[in-house]
Write a protein of this length. Structure first.
Length: 232
């Protein structure tokens, strides 16, 4: 028996069409049933609410599909959400400065400059030093493991020459250490690689990095105007 599978790009539209037809069928069946029921037992639908709700659901679905297909759309949405959260967190500080007779815009700029200053202090003083220490640790790791291996061999040789063969328990410990040396080295190298890849991934989110401070500034400075627009 030959089965025909529809193309992938047709599956989702077919599901949407099927869902819409099912909803319309249920709607009309209910209306037909209402014609055979007393007034008090009929199911009522408010068309003025159903159509906007249906339109909103379709818009949300289409927007979700755009976010999945185009990274710039999802980055923009995430930037708006993150900016709103940051603005909410910084708003008490801005309000405090405003009570101290500092204009809201100047208060926001003071907070921004303080954050940037802290960021540069961390970036130029802490991160390079930590990166250098991690790099040196990884570079010296083979030497450290070699020293551990030599130390184990020396202990084994001294014990064997004086007391004879090692007990089985100590043999197992020695073998476990030897077997895991290369695994530990590989794990540390992979961890460093993951750290570098995380930094590269962060830098690739250029749209979010640029939009977030700009939108946060807008939310903080024009807070009241933004609230009025949201209420409308």
């Amino acid at each position: 028996m030959i089965t025909i599978n529809p193309p992938d790009f047709l599956i989702k539209p077919l599901w949407i069409l099927f869902t819409a037809l099912l909803a319309l069928s249920i709607y009309y069946l209910i209306n037909i049933g209402n014609g055979h029921l007393p007034e008090k037992k009929r199911l009522r639908f408010d068309d003025k609410r159903i159509l906007p709700a249906l339109g909103a659901l379709i818009a949300v679905y289409l927007f979700y599909m755009l976010m999945k297909k185009y990274t710039i759309v999802s980055d923009t949405v995430y930037a708006i959400i993150i900016s709103a959260i940051i603005a909410y967190a910084l708003n008490p500080i801005i309000n405090f400065l405003e009570r101290k007779k500092i204009k809201r815009l100047w208060g926001v700029l003071i907070v921004y400059i303080s954050i940037v200053a802290v960021f540069f202090i961390v970036a130029f003083l802490v991160i390079p030093k930590s990166s250098a220490e991690i790099k040196r640790l990884v570079n010296n790791m083979p030497t450290y493991f070699e020293q551990i291996s030599v130390m184990i061999d020396n202990v084994y040789t001294k014990y064997y020459s004086t007391l004879g063969e090692l007990p089985p328990m100590f043999k197992g410990i020695e073998q476990a250490i030897v077997d895991n040396i290369s695994g530990i080295e590989t794990g540390l190298a992979n961890a460093l690689k993951g750290f570098v890849m995380a930094i590269i991934h962060t830098l690739s989110k250029f749209v979010s990095i640029v939009l977030t401070p700009i939108l946060t500034l807008y939310f903080l400075v024009d807070k009241d105007l933004f609230k009025r627009k949201m209420k409308k």
